[in-house]
Design a protein around this ligand. Structure first.
Ligand SMILES: [Zn+2]
Length: 84
């Protein structure tokens, strides 16, 4: 009985680890879109106008005002921008 339970736990653990590996592997493959967005160059830093921080463009929050893009490090900075 105890051995059966131990085997079950071991099996679940192995299945979980395998699942994690598959997810990481698929995540790596999907994380590099090469031909989808030619305009968006990865690794470009943009400036948060509110607090002056530089953030990677793909991680920045974007707000478009008068046709111009503005970038922010956080929702808080974006809110401040909308207010003033
Ligand atoms: Zn900021």
């Amino acid at each position: 009985m105890v051995v059966a339970l131990f085997r079950l736990v071991l099996f679940v653990f192995i299945a979980y680890v395998a699942f994690l590996f598959v997810r990481i592997f698929l995540g790596l493959k999907r994380g590099r879109p090469r031909s989808q967005a030619p305009r968006q160059v990865q690794g470009v830093m943009v400036k948060d106008e509110i607090c002056g921080t530089y953030i990677p463009r793909e991680e920045a929050l974007t707000e478009i005002r008068d046709g111009a893009e503005h970038h922010f490090c956080s929702e808080e900075c974006r809110r401040k921008f909308k207010k003033g």
